[in-house]
Design a protein around this ligand. Structure first.
Ligand SMILES: [Zn+2]
Length: 273
């Protein structure tokens, strides 16, 4: 059980002591909630989702999710080590689950906790498509995008008349957490991250999939299939802060050859689909 409660003043104190550098962008990011708080909560939330879901543990599809996940995790660690962050994922407990469900969805939580829903597999189409999604979601988790959203959500709560802020096993915290990590929202339909974070995750994810040995050209193809699947039913442009499907596809096409060059630095010169 994880049932700590903190007073707002204590939390606000923590806020100011945990600015860190994002190893992926080299920019300093405002990490308002430290990993020591985030990871236990992440692991707890992940287990809760698994308990409430039908997890597929056997068969070709489950094996594929495992295989791609381990390769993306390995690529992440090699890339981080090569860029001067060899211990970045020390407290990670990588886990890749396939959940039975129609939703076109996949997500990754901090600490390497990843879930794919069976509904996304027809759109992923092949293993490289799965790798493109996995790379993108893992990139969000590694770059602490959710943490930044969670912090913003908590700050909003703190700024309100709440007075006391609880982190832990209560409904409110779980809602903040779920919102921060986009659990339950659909990839390509209701993207939970900002435009900047989406673009960042696309770029990092492309490198990760290439280093893992998957053809980065497939990422643009994947988003074309996402576009077809959403059938033009995305949010109206004035409401959406996310890159449009067309912009995203163009970017991924442009960045693909650079991702292959990045992979070559790790001795990876051939790419599978
Ligand atoms: Zn995303």
């Amino acid at each position: 059980m994880y049932k700590f409660k903190f007073y707002t003043s204590f939390l606000l104190m923590l806020f100011f002591f945990s600015c860190g550098q994002n190893p992926f962008t080299g920019k300093s990011t405002l990490a308002l909630v430290p990993n020591s708080q985030i990871l236990p909560m992440s692991f707890q939330q992940y287990n809760k989702v698994l308990e409430e879901s039908k997890v597929i543990k056997e068969g070709d599809q489950a094996q594929m999710i495992q295989r791609v996940g381990l390769k993306i995790a390995n690529a992440s660690e090699r890339w981080l080590a090569a860029n001067g962050y060899p211990n970045y994922t020390d407290n990670y407990k990588w886990e890749f689950s396939l959940i039975e469900g129609d939703q076109v969805n996949a997500w990754a939580m901090p600490g390497g906790k990843v879930a794919f829903y069976t509904g996304i597999l027809p759109i992923a189409k092949n293993e490289a498509g799965v790798a493109a999604i996995m790379g993108h979601e893992v990139a969000h988790a590694l770059a602490n995008h959710g943490q930044q959203r969670m912090s913003a959500g908590q700050l909003q709560q703190a700024a309100g008349a709440v007075g006391m802020l609880a982190i832990g096993d209560d409904q409110q915290s779980q809602e903040i957490f779920a919102t921060a990590y986009g659990i339950g929202s659909q990839v390509g339909v209701m993207l939970p991250f900002s435009r900047k974070h989406e673009t960042e995750a696309d770029k990092i994810g492309l490198n990760l999939m290439a280093i893992a040995g998957y053809d980065p050209d497939e990422a643009a193809e994947l988003w074309m299939r996402m576009k077809e699947n959403s059938d033009g039913a995305g949010p109206p442009p004035f409401l959406s802060t996310h890159p449009s499907n067309d912009e995203r596809i163009r970017n991924l096409q442009n960045w693909s050859s650079q991702a292959k060059k990045e992979a070559a630095k790790f001795g990876v010169n051939s790419f599978q689909n």
